[in-house]
Design a protein around this ligand. Structure first.
Ligand code: BTN
Length: 252
């Protein structure tokens, strides 16, 4: 259904489209176990019956309305302790894409949600395989809400709802590949610092006091940045604290 992109060097050059699957991340992982899959291979489905999200949640989207895909990467010389950079360049790629398509406020909610006008438009699930101290393979799953107009929660949105128009998914996909490859190459060229700067510049709620919850207790704090291993640094009246993904919730 989708064409091979003409504008990229390796992202999407092998494109596996399935009308339906359980989860493109799972299918991509299965493919890498049973066949030789070049870096940049993309698995894309029109409908996932068991789409997976972060923290063990499910990812549900209307069939044939959005983009649900997984990209296989084999990052060279990526130490396990630096793996958060995968979140950084993937989020920035989607941020770049949406900045180009929409006239809206677009932020990255740590670690990798893409927030448009305060609602989530894209979720990312990155699953890594580790060999020794290195990330040997990464499956980057992206669920981008393109044309869906109804959601079961008022915390979600889509490109069409924000832009007030229908988007051609093939065009969006091709542009996503270009944005993704550009940010991935930026990392491969050793420019992690400029990636991290751009990520922090667009970080949702950064430098604004907000209410968070940890271990069921609400507190006021201000996001100040990202620490070792990609932990979120939140300043409170008493101290600076750092949190892993399962340890903190954004409240208001
Ligand atoms: C999140 O919880 O925000 C992450 C959602 C990630 C969804 C995408 S859709 C394509 C890929 N396949 C999956 O099963 N999940 C990811």
């Amino acid at each position: 259904m989708y064409k091979i992109p003409a504008t990229t060097l390796f992202i999407g050059k092998k494109l596996v489209f399935v009308p339906e699957c359980h989860s493109t991340n799972t299918l991509a992982l299965e493919m890498t176990e049973t066949s030789s899959v070049p870096e940049g291979t993309v698995v894309i489905a029109d409908h996932q019956t068991a789409g997976r999200g972060q923290r063990g949640n499910s990812w549900e989207t209307a069939p044939a309305s959005n983009l649900t895909l997984s990209i296989v990467l084999r990052p060279k010389a990526l130490n396990v302790k630096d793996q958060f950079i995968l979140n950084v360049f993937t989020s920035l790629a989607i941020h770049d894409l949406l900045m180009d398509k929409l006239d809206a406020t677009i932020n990255i909610k740590w670690p990798n949600d893409i927030i448009v006008n305060d609602k989530k438009a894209c979720g990312i699930l990155i699953e890594n395989q580790i060999q020794g101290q290195q990330v040997s393979q990464s499956v980057v799953g992206i669920g981008l809400n393109v044309n869906q107009s109804l959601f079961s929660t008022n915390l979600a949105t889509s490109m069409a709802l924000i832009g007030g128009t229908h988007f051609d998914r093939e065009v969006v996909l091709n542009d996503l590949f270009s944005c993704f490859e550009a940010r991935y190459l930026q990392w491969r060229e050793g420019r992690s610092n400029s990636l991290t700067d751009a990520y922090l510049k667009n970080l949702y709620w950064k430098d604004e006091p907000h209410t968070f919850a940890s271990e069921g207790v609400e507190f006021t704090g201000t996001i100040r940045g990202i620490g070792a291993f990609g932990k979120l640094i939140v300043q409170t009246a008493n101290d600076d604290r750092s949190y892993d993904i399962k340890e903190i919730k954004y409240v208001r």
